[in-house]
Design a protein around this ligand. Structure first.
Ligand SMILES: [Zn+2]
Length: 322
């Protein structure tokens, strides 16, 4: 790791522009197909650790001691185990004031170290939340934390390293590329919970889509039927967000449609949430009001699904709900 402040800001370099172009291309591909290619997502048991834009590289000329890659996205973006393994160590807000001097000392805020088979080792820094505990076995693609900006960091990003053996770092972007994975650009294993929904579908999932689209100010009838009018409304939303406007709601469009929700919010987003909670066993009045009853239903759903039962509906809870 580097002594330099970690940055979640985007770099304006030709390398980054190429990276962004690549990421955009893949993103469009995902939108067209609807689901990421499993072959791209996990080759021989490896997974992308997260999605986002590459903002700082491995051992660059200006940061020769930066032994990982930085992948920036919004706070709360899920971070996944890059391979199956064991949680070796967790550090919590270890910068500033951290005087530890052992292997991989502080600076990276809330961080997780994983041991893998064959002496591989991976490291996830600056997390907003750590969702595993020391000694825990994790599977490839298992959620280990949420992206954040803790520690020596200027914006939400994941600082990601791969070592073999520990303390012998390798370029994680090249390492994953050799396994068919484009760091940050393809959906990690475990993040593909969103179904692909298109014209002809009906039921509670199209109902949720209709509420979420309507919440963005796009007129659509909420009837649970994904007909031509619904597809047209989805295309409007996609166009407005710069997404490929195919009218198909896959992981990319879902991720753009959802917004964090908590008690006190109201409106169609909350109606969408209440509809999904009801489909998952709750008995809520779909009134668009996020009060204590809805919070209790969210906490109950989170507990049943091994999520942090905080009553906050962020990207992780949404992706498990839908
Ligand atoms: Zn970094």
């Amino acid at each position: 790791m580097s002594d330099d402040p970690e940055t979640g800001r985007l770099l304006d370099t030709p390398a980054r522009r190429r990276t962004l172009f690549t990421a955009l291309g893949v993103g469009i591909g995902v939108g067209v197909v609807g689901v990421p290619s499993p072959a791209m997502a996990a080759v021989a048991g490896w997974s992308n650790p997260t999605r986002g834009s590459l903002t700082s590289g491995y051992k660059t000329a200006s940061r020769p001691t930066h032994t990982g890659w930085d992948v920036a996205n919004s706070q709360g973006t899920p971070v996944y185990a890059t391979a199956a393994g064991t949680v070796r160590d967790i550090r919590t807000n270890s910068y500033p004031g951290d005087t530890s001097s052992g292997p991989l000392p502080g600076r990276s805020g809330n961080s997780v170290h994983l041991n893998h088979a064959d002496s591989y080792f991976s490291y996830y820094g600056h997390l907003h939340r750590v969702l595993v505990s020391v000694g825990q076995q994790v599977s490839c693609g298992q959620l280990v934390g949420l992206m954040g900006t803790t520690g020596n960091s200027t914006g939400p990003h994941l600082h990601f390293e791969i070592h073999r053996p520990r303390l012998t770092s390798t370029d994680p972007r090249i390492f994953l590329a050799n396994r068919g994975i484009t760091l940050g650009a393809t959906a990690p294993v475990g993040s593909t919970g969103y179904p692909s929904v298109s014209q002809g579908a009906s039921g509670w999932v199209p109902t949720v889509i209709q509420y979420l689209v309507r919440a963005r100010g796009i007129s659509v009838v909420v009837d649970g039927v994904f007909g031509p009018a619904c597809a047209s409304a989805v295309r409007s939303f996609q166009s407005g967000r710069g997404l490929y406007a195919d009218g198909l709601v896959g992981p990319v469009t879902w991720t753009a449609l959802i917004l964090p929700l908590q008690e006190g919010k109201s409106g169609d987003l909350v109606r969408g949430l209440q509809t999904a909670l009801n489909a998952r066993g709750a008995s809520l009045l779909v009134d668009g009001g996020f009060g204590s009853v809805t919070t209790t239903a969210v906490r109950s759903f989170q507990s049943r699904n091994d999520l942090v039962a905080d009553g906050l509906v962020g990207p992780v809870t949404w992706s498990v709900l839908i």
